[in-house]
Design a protein around this ligand. Structure first.
Ligand SMILES: NC(=O)c1ccc[n+]([C@@H]2O[C@H](COP(=O)([O-])OP(=O)(O)OC[C@H]3O[C@@H](n4cnc5c(N)ncnc54)[C@H](O)[C@@H]3O)[C@@H](O)[C@H]2O)c1
Length: 276
């Protein structure tokens, strides 16, 4: 029998966990899943912002939103909170590994973005959140999904998980080459690692009903300085940055049965940037 196409996007009240759920895009992902008839659990290390976003989302979607404060780099805490969600909410059907550090270029008192100066502890912290956090969440949620024979994991990578940063974008007039700020090494390398993690997990659980994919969004406009937007958009065939809500339909597609024949893939949505 033919399935109704739109019904394939229906999450059927499944519990969807989003790490970094109180962040800029986390809330967009939450709205997409709620629009698709999902139930959403926001996970974030920032308690105040988490509280605020849960209250905000509950207004539009009453009795369908929960929040748990959690540092996803703390293995014991991840194990505890996953058990709590399964008991207090319901079994988890969808996991979005969305949390990441976003090391800003040229900010802070001292710019250490260049590779030669980049501190090992910052490298480690960026990996802890962006890669180890996704590994730990998958380590504790994936097996529960596999046991039940159904589940979806989505890793949020970036266009910089596919290409190297174009360091010309960050160039400042009047500075020597050795002093020019750059997009830090960790952003690109952690995002490439997430795409690797996606392929590993997809094949690991392929015969257990758990699908694992990643998405590579391009830069989203968020009060971005005009001169930067001007330079960046010359590298994007569509000639602009993304609006914050332009990934929502793709998020719902990837988390629902609409993408039932897709696993181990990376969906690039970047205005065409990686074509050039
Ligand atoms: N915003 C963009 O333009 C863009 C573009 C491409 C990819 N992305 C990716 O999308 C994702 C979301 O980006 P965003 O712009 O919403 O970032 P954001 O900084 O607004 O949100 C990240 C959230 O993660 C949380 N977090 C950080 N460390 C944590 C930890 N240890 N445990 C739990 N939560 C933690 C933060 O508190 C924050 O709320 C990131 O993976 C980012 O790399 C963003």
């Amino acid at each position: 029998m033919n399935k109704n196409t739109l019904k394939q996007f229906d999450l059927q009240k499944q519990i969807c966990v989003i790490t970094g759920g109180a962040g800029f895009l986390g809330v967009q992902h939450a709205e997409a899943l709620l629009d698709g008839n999902g139930r959403v659990v926001l996970i974030d290390v920032n308690q105040a912002r988490l509280q605020e976003k849960v209250v905000q989302l509950k207004k539009g979607y009453p009795r369908r939103v929960w929040g748990y404060q959690l540092d996803i780099t703390d293995e014991a805490a991840v194990k505890k909170v996953v058990n709590k969600i399964e008991k207090e909410v319901r079994p988890i059907g969808v996991l979005i590994n969305n949390a990441a550090n976003n090391p800003q270029v040229g900010q802070g008192q001292k710019d250490f973005s260049r590779l030669e100066l980049f501190p090992k502890d910052v490298w480690q912290k960026d990996f802890d959140v962006g890669v180890t956090g996704a590994f730990l969440m998958s380590k504790y949620i994936g097996p529960l999904m596999a046991e039940r024979g159904v589940g979806v994991i989505l890793n949020v990578a970036s266009d910089l998980g596919v290409i190297a940063p174009d360091q010309r974008l960050y160039k400042k007039d009047g500075l020597k080459a050795s002093q020019q700020p750059v997009k830090p090494i960790t952003y690109s390398v952690t995002k490439h690692a997430l795409i690797g993690l996606t392929k590993y997990l997809a094949t690991y659980w392929a015969d257990m009903g758990v699908r694992v994919n990643s998405i590579s969004p391009g830069g989203v406009y968020n009060n971005t300085p005009e001169d930067f937007v001007k330079k960046l958009t010359t590298l994007i065939p569509l000639g602009r940055m993304a609006q914050a809500d332009e990934y929502k339909a793709a998020i719902l597609f990837l988390c629902s049965d609409a993408s039932s024949y897709m696993t181990g893939a990376n969906l690039v949505i970047d205005g065409g940037r990686t074509c050039w």
